[in-house]
Every structure is written in C-alpha cells, then in structure tokens.
Design a protein around this ligand. Structure first.
Ligand code: ADP
Ligand code: MG
Length: 268
C-alpha cells in the first residue's frame, strides 16, 4: 500500500515490499577437484533474475568451476548453492523430476563447442533439448524455426555441425540452448577464438537476450564483452576467492584491481 508521509512524499509500507527470489545464490561455496588443490574458496554471491553478470579473473582463478556449479554440473565441496530458490546438491538431483525442472530453466554454453555438439545435423542439435522436454513435434519444429531465424542459421539446418566454422559452431551451441527457452544462460569464454565480427555479433546478441529478460552469466577475461553486456562483475583472484563484486563499469575502471588479479599488465 502506498501512503503519503508527513512531508507528503509517497512511501511504501514495508509489508508491500516483495522479496524477489535470486536466480542463483552461493553461500561460502568451496570446491576442490582433489584433496590438495582448491579451485574455489568460500565464494558468496547472489545473481538476480534478468541480471547480466560477468565472472572475471586470471587463468586458473576458478571462473569455469564457478560456472559449472551455477549450471549444476559440479556440486560444492562445502557451502550452499541455491538456484531459483531451491537447494542444489547431489541429493536433490536424485529426484529425476527435480533435475529435469532445473535443466529446463538454464542452459550452459561450454567454452569448446565441439564438446557440446554431437548430433548428425544442426536441426537435430536444435531439436534435442525440446524433444527431451516431451514437447509435441509441431512445437519443437516451431521453436527450431524461430531460433534459426533469430540467429540467422536457417541455411545451416541440414549441415553436420562438425563441418562448420568456429563461429557457426558457437551460434549452433547457443541456438541448441535457446530452443529449451531457459530463464538463465551461462556461457564460458563465449568470445574465445571467434573472429572480430563474430565477437561483435555475439556481444550484441547477448545484450539483446538480456534485454529480453534472460539472466546472463559469462565467465570471461574479455573485458570488452564485460563492458558491453554486464551490469555487475564478480572478480576472482588467484587464490580462488572473491576479490570484489560490484558494478562492471566501476570494476573496469579500477586498473589497480585489474592488475592485482592479473587481468591487465601492471603498467597499463
Ligand atoms: P579458470 O576458468 O578461471 O581458468 P578453472 O575453474 O578452470 O579456472 O580452474 C580453477 C582451478 O582448478 C585451477 O587451479 C585448475 O588447475 C583446477 N582445475 C580445473 N579443472 C580441473 C580438473 N578437471 N581437475 C583438476 N583440477 C582442475
Ligand atoms: Mg575457464
């Protein structure tokens, strides 16, 4: 309920404020691949629905590991991870229906498109996700047509993915995730290895996806990408913990911070 206060400004009563459930919430999440080597140390961060967040840091700082945890592809060694308001761990994934619901709400685009694409044709690649959601064939075909048009992939639909260029493979990998219509899209080093024009196309495309309401999380050391698509950045240091979380524009201007975490040369 909105009321006027003594100074005749409009004030909202506290009970009118609705809590928004974060898309992702990590609380003191640590991860190790083996007993001896930490990959993430006590990471706490929240990502809200429709946010565009970059995870930045030097090679080996833990960006890909953090993205794997957000995508439910690895579970924290300790700490708590929640996605869309539910706790995610190995136990919750024992329930096939829960795992299924989680998987249809987000898509992960791997750094290496070859490890993502496995179907005989691009069309099959785009059909794979929605067919596994048990959608009727007509609806699957409609989604393929829509996404292929959006990404200008129509002329490639009958081609085998392994014959495509790196940029085309990246587009197909993203398209194969868009056909499941996820709420959140997680991308690991999406611009790596792409030519400048394709990089620019992808940057603009991710910006439009975010404007359309998708939660976008990129793990990247491409600061151009961060400056164009991300409202916030999570900076990981070489000790695998959070150095800073803040507005991307502020972080990109903090050359001391970027040099400290080994993202730019000291003398820049
Ligand atoms: P980034 O993506 O920032 O380069 P990663 O998340 O890939 O960093 O790696 C974080 C740390 O975990 C590094 O020390 C890396 O060597 C280690 N690591 C990554 N993947 C594996 C793996 N599959 N097995 C063992 N150690 C790994
Ligand atoms: Mg990585």
């Amino acid at each position: 309920m909105i009321e006027l206060d003594a100074s005749h400004r409009m004030v909202e009563e506290p009970d009118a404020v609705q809590e928004i459930t974060p898309a992702f919430r990590l609380e003191n999440v640590s991860f190790r691949y083996s007993e001896t080597a930490d990959a993430l140390c006590s990471v706490s961060v929240q990502i809200m629905p429709a946010e565009s967040v970059a995870i930045v840091g030097a090679n080996g700082s833990g960006k890909s590991t953090l993205l794997k945890i957000l995508g439910g592809l690895a579970f924290p060694t300790s700490g708590r991870f929640e996605a869309f308001g539910s706790k995610i761990d190995a136990v919750s994934f024992h329930h096939p229906e829960f795992a299924h619901q989680f998987r249809r709400r987000l898509g992960v685009v791997f750094q290496n498109s070859d490890s993502q694409l496995f179907c005989p044709t691009v069309r099959d690649e785009l059909a794979f996700g929605p067919l596994h959601m048990d959608l009727p064939v007509g609806q699957v075909e409609r989604r393929i047509a829509e996404v292929a048009a959006l990404m200008e992939l129509e002329h490639l639909l009958d081609r085998p993915p392994y014959h495509l260029s790196g940029g085309e493979k990246k587009k197909v990998a993203i398209a194969s995730i868009l056909t499941i219509a996820p709420d959140a899209i997680l991308l690991d080093e999406p611009t790596n290895g792409l030519d400048p024009r394709t990089q620019q196309w992808l940057t603009e495309f991710l910006r439009r996806l975010n404007q359309a309401g998708k939660t976008i999380v990129v793990a990247t050391h491409d600061l151009y990408l961060v400056s164009h698509i991300s409202s916030r950045a999570v900076v990981l240091n070489e000790a695998h913990s959070i150095e800073k979380i803040g507005p991307a524009s502020e972080i990109l201007q903090d050359s001391g911070l970027l040099a400290r975490v080994n993202l730019i040369h000291e003398h820049v």
